[in-house]
Design a protein around this ligand. Structure first.
Ligand code: SF4
Length: 349
């Protein structure tokens, strides 16, 4: 894995982004922001799954008004996502948000971005310049590739903010197309010192979206690029947070909660491993201790993996062998496998 790119650290609320800080996981609420109570409830649930920063859409003045209440009701940093109307960004700052995300392609004239930058600077609130391939400025040079145009659009805004002596900057360059996204981030990572928020935009329903995101975000992280991530899914945002941590855990960049090793099952399995693994995963998702749990289908490959985990089970015909820290604990009946495994998981410190 390439050494992590060194970026300038910024602070969003209590979370440091860049400068070698742990890569943070963020998400976006899917409630109507005007409904402060529902939004707070969703944010609290996401925080339980490890969401470290939360973005809310601010489509109108009523949503901007709700930010005060939302901010008061949550414990993680709040970011306001603004499109089209810079006055909403000013209102969000007034409401006390910890960060702003602006899409320069649709905020419009430089004057408006300038007004927001000055207000953000006064409050020490970072701004994410969020460029999306789907909403590039109309002035972009059509001879350039999409990735190059994204980089140009971002650099233009970076220069504008820098000219205002504003450097609490974070940049994202998202596209649905994975190679375009990777190319854009690779290019901008060499050109600016600021932290990068990475993700694949509109990546789809979980089955395909998680894969697109894992390939895109995973490749960038492996290249040492990325300071904070969001997996964008057409699903409940908790799926985004779970997927985000799984990507980071896969690359050994963060540890959070258990890791489940489960065999793909085959004709040798004599218990329903799919059902068992799903039940175990559902329970493990509620935990935050970093343990490795293995659910294996037979005695061929099962004992090796099960022994290698903190707690593992190697199933056989009507029975299973339970392992803890590499040692065989006992043999359990098929009907008791789940309960015995979870009991053993509960005992691991
Ligand atoms: Fe098949 Fe056994 Fe491997 Fe599972 S552990 S995939 S059941 S050989």
């Amino acid at each position: 894995m390439t050494k992590r790119r060194v970026s300038k650290a910024i602070k969003i609320g209590g979370v440091t982004i860049g400068g070698g800080a742990p890569i943070s996981v963020q998400s976006m609420t899917k409630t109507d922001t005007r409904d402060a109570r529902a939004t707070i409830e969703q944010i609290k649930e996401l925080a339980e799954y490890g969401c470290e920063l939360i973005r809310v859409a601010v489509p109108d003045a009523e949503a901007a008004d709700a930010l005060v209440k939302i901010k008061r009701g949550i414990a993680i940093p709040l970011l306001a996502d603004i499109h089209f109307d810079y006055r909403l960004a000013l209102a969000a700052l007034e409401a006390g948000v910890d960060g702003l995300r602006l899409n320069p392609g649709n905020i419009g004239e430089a004057d408006k971005v300038k007004a927001v930058a000055l207000a953000a600077k006064k409050r020490g609130v970072p701004i994410r310049i969020g460029v999306n391939a789907g909403s590039l400025p109309r002035t972009a040079n059509r001879k350039l590739s999409v990735a190059e145009r994204m980089v140009e659009a971002a650099l233009e805004q970076v220069r504008l903010l820098e000219s205002l002596d504003f450097d609490l900057i974070k940049v994202s360059l998202k596209a649905f197309d994975v190679p375009t996204t990777i190319e854009a981030y690779r290019s901008i990572a060499e050109k600016i010192p600021y932290p990068l928020h990475i993700g694949i935009t509109e990546s789809g329903l979980p089955r395909t979206g998680v894969i697109r995101s894992a390939v895109g975000i995973g490749t960038l992280l492996y290249m040492g690029i990325g300071d904070t991530i969001r997996v964008s899914l057409t699903a409940h945002p908790r799926e985004e947070v779970i997927a985000g941590y799984e990507i980071l855990k896969s690359l050994d960049l963060r540890q959070r909660g258990p890791v489940l090793v489960s065999c793909p099952t085959c004709g040798r399995a004599e218990v329903d491993i799919v059902e068992l693994a799903q039940r175990v995963e559902t329970e493990l998702l509620k935990m935050d201790k970093p343990i490795k749990v293995a659910v294996m289908g037979c005695v061929v490959n099962g004992p090796g993996e099960a022994k290698d985990a903190d707690v593992g089970i190697a199933c056989g015909k009507g029975k299973a062998v339970l392992f803890r820290k590499g040692e065989k604990v006992r043999v359990v009946e098929e009907k008791d496998i789940f309960a015995a495994l979870m009991w053993e998981v509960g005992r691991v410190k």
